[in-house]
Design a binder for this molecule. Structure first.
Ligand code: ADP
Length: 685
């Protein structure tokens, strides 16, 4: 089948069954969007991966998909459907609206021992199950634990998991995961047992829950590795003797002296106040067939119950699997086991709403990720770097066997990124990007070693993904993101984005040259103080929103610029569509106090917004202002986005003060924590 048709069919498949909304998260190579399964009305998370960006990490996605197909547990995020096109892979997942455990911890500073225990029991439950299925997760950290609507944890990100051939007792060699959570034997490049390394990471995680910071932390990677190898950390005064003992038993440098997950199940600290061991068996075993769900599907599909059961039993992770699993999930949550009648899908697709939001061009994914977006909160496809290899080779700091091996002090210098915070490049680089770099260097030594460790990866399955066309260095260069000055180039930063003409252009070139010259004419008439009314030229064609963009350019640091912000905003407002005008004039959203909202002592939202705006350039943060939401980014070397997050000024009812809602979208969680704390405290709110 021609590539275009496969492509179109994959995209159609997604939009036929799902509404696709805004980006809710972003990882190394994936963007995660909120979606709604049309037949059941259930919300889902759609993980979007561009194969071109995945490059050599494509097999990892396969590992993740295979693992998730084999795991079904109350504390593991459920996979519903996989859709593949020639350029993209979409994973439809259980939606966890509560965000990452990481954000929850930092919002609360640290958790009480009681609350920690609730979460930790769920982590132990998930890990006991994962291990019982023969998998080691190998990337346990609070960013990979999401909170669902019932405030329960769900484990995600199985891209680095391993299923050793001979069982979990067999040794692994691949050094992976996040350095701060990595076990000593792993960073030393020794052969290690996956489940033992997971217990170490669980110890680090437990410490982070109880303390709100990491046991082993350093801006310099070598220093960090030395601390991990020594295995010494502080025990702050608030830790109970029981917590200190448990942490010590989990963070034993010698893996043989470490507790096992089995021992954790009924550990005295874990049992305290519960008096019962952790229940780790699956309450939703794989392959379970529910008669009510089958009946509803059979009626909907106008098939017999037998043939519907047979279809579901194929477990192809297609729309049938998704419909069945989502119906089952509805039933388990006490919702009616009902599907919208089939024709409704067509009605939906043919409805003006659907057509308006999902035009034919918009269904094409080849270049512009954002073309699929229905919501307005999206940041743009710049989260998925155009040319990962460029940055990958620049961040190739590790030794052949382990992080500690063969890393000379020279290499160590290369680890240190000169961007926002002087932390190691690993931390600044999205996880997958980092592990890619590791593999870049290892590739010659251990061809495809990752997959050899996975029994789950059958040879015959290897071809299920169509590889993207190889990228030539030239095409990489052409596509590569310009350096961070893209937002500050003098003759580009005075742009006012005409709302309609370019907004509806789904891809590529965007505005015509005529439009450009019109814009230039408008720009030239703007007085100097409107220079912050800029948007990234790269976003011109895809942004549906009028945006007011700031940058970190030195010349914009004066207070004068921000003093002129409101006047500038007025100018933009006159060019906005009515709804956008409303967004700015209606004022900030009124929300309830939540854990991800920082309360201020102020009552004037504009003042708070201006205070934050005046700080961002000092912290080298690029931003786009939309209403009262600041979409912020920091850039690393080679034009790579290192952090992306939102700050929204909003009004709270009780107490009646202004709050700032925070949301991390991409980048190292701890770097984000420090930066946002810094911004909010310097803004003297
Ligand atoms: P990657 O594999 O690229 O690291 P992740 O799977 O870690 O991507 O997802 C990136 C982010 O997207 C997560 O940290 C989380 O914030 C968000 N996310 C992922 N899966 C879900 C989900 N099922 N529900 C809600 N948010 C999710």
């Amino acid at each position: 089948m021609p590539v275009e048709r496969t492509e179109q069919r994959g995209a159609d498949e997604l939009h036929k069954y799902y509404e696709v909304h805004e980006t809710i998260g972003s990882g190394g190579f994936a963007k995660v969007k909120l979606g709604r399964h049309i037949l059941t009305g259930e919300k889902v998370a759609i993980k979007v991966m561009n194969k071109k960006d995945l490059g050599d990490d494509l097999p990892r996605v396969k590992v993740e998909i295979e693992a998730m197909k084999n795991l079904s547990h109350q504390h593991v995020c459920r996979l519903y459907q996989v859709i593949e096109t020639s350029t993209h892979i979409f994973m439809v997942l259980e939606y966890c609206p509560g965000g990452e455990l990481f954000d929850y911890i930092i919002a609360k500073d640290r958790l009480s021992e009681e609350e920690t225990r609730v979460f930790f029991r769920q982590i132990v439950s998930a890990m006991a199950y994962v291990h019982s299925q023969g998998y080691a997760h190998r990337d346990l950290k609070p960013e990979n634990l999401l909170i669902d609507e019932d405030h329960n944890l769900k484990l995600i990100d199985f891209g680095l998991c391993a299923k050793p051939k001979g069982g979990l007792g067999y040794e692994l060699m691949t050094c992976c995961g996040s350095p701060a959570y990595a076990a000593p034997e792993l960073i030393q490049g020794k052969a290690y047992i996956g489940s033992e390394a997971d217990v170490w990471s669980m110890g680090v995680l437990l410490y982070a829950l109880l303390c709100g910071y990491l046991p082993f932390d350093d801006d310099n990677c070598m220093a960090l590795f030395r601390k991990i190898a020594r295995g010494t950390y502080d025990n702050p005064h608030w830790l109970s003797p029981g917590s200190i003992l448990l942490l010590n038993q989990m963070m034993q440098v010698d893996p043989k002296r470490r507790l096992t997950v089995r021992q954790l199940l009924d550990h005295p600290w874990v049992m305290k106040d519960y008096n019962s061991p952790v229940e780790w068996y699956s309450k939703q075993p794989l392959g379970y067939i529910d008669e009510d769900c089958i009946t509803e599907m059979a009626v909907n599909m106008k098939r017999s119950r037998n043939s519907t059961t047979a279809l579901v039993n194929e477990w192809r992770y297609d729309h049938t699997s998704a419909t069945y699993l989502l119906l089952l999930s509805k039933k388990q949550r006490g919702k009616p086991v009902r599907l919208r009648p089939e024709p409704a899908v067509c009605e939906d697709l043919c409805s003006p709403l659907h057509q308006g939001l999902q035009t034919k061009e918009a269904l094409h994914f080849s270049e512009d990720e954002d073309a699929v977006i229905v919501g307005s909160l999206d940041f743009g496809s710049d989260y998925i770097d155009d040319c990962p290899w460029d940055s990958v080779t620049q961040h190739t700091p590790v030794g052949v066997r382990g992080w500690l091996d063969g890393v000379s002090s020279n290499k160590d210098t290369r680890l240190v990124s000169p961007s926002v915070q002087n932390r190691c490049a690993y931390s600044q680089t999205p996880e997958r990007g980092r592990t890619t770099s590791y593999h870049q260097e290892r590739r010659d030594h251990e061809q495809a070693s990752e997959n050899k460790e996975n029994l789950a990866v059958q040879e015959k399955d290897v071809d299920i993904f169509v590889l993207p066309h190889p990228r030539t260095p030239a095409s990489c260069k052409k596509d590569a993101r310009p350096n961070k000055n893209v937002l500050t180039t003098p003759n580009q930063n005075v742009k006012v984005h005409g709302s309609k003409a370019s907004a509806v252009t789904p891809k590529g070139g965007g505005s015509t040259s005529k439009e450009h010259s019109k814009k230039r004419a408008v720009e030239n008439k703007e007085p100097a103080n409107t220079e912050i009314l800029a948007f990234s030229p790269e976003r011109r064609s895809r942004s549906l929103d009028m945006a007011v963009t700031g940058d970190s350019g030195k010349k914009k640091r004066s207070g004068k610029m921000f003093g002129s912000l409101e006047r500038g905003l007025d100018k933009v407002i006159t060019m906005l569509t009515p709804s956008k005008r409303r967004a700015l004039r209606d004022g900030p959203r009124k929300i309830k106090a939540q854990y991800n909202v920082t309360l201020t002592s102020q009552t004037n939202p504009d003042q708070v917004l201006n205070q934050i705006l005046s700080i961002l350039p000092e912290k080298s943060v690029d931003f786009t202002l939309k209403g009262y939401t600041l979409k912020c980014r920091t850039w690393g070397d080679f034009g790579k986005v290192t952090l992306a997050f939102e700050l929204e000024v909003c009004l709270l009812q009780r107490p009646e003060v202004v709050g700032v809602r925070r949301k991390r979208l991409k980048g190292d969680a701890w770097v984000y924590k420090h930066l946002v704390e810094d911004i909010l405290s310097t803004s003297s709110l």
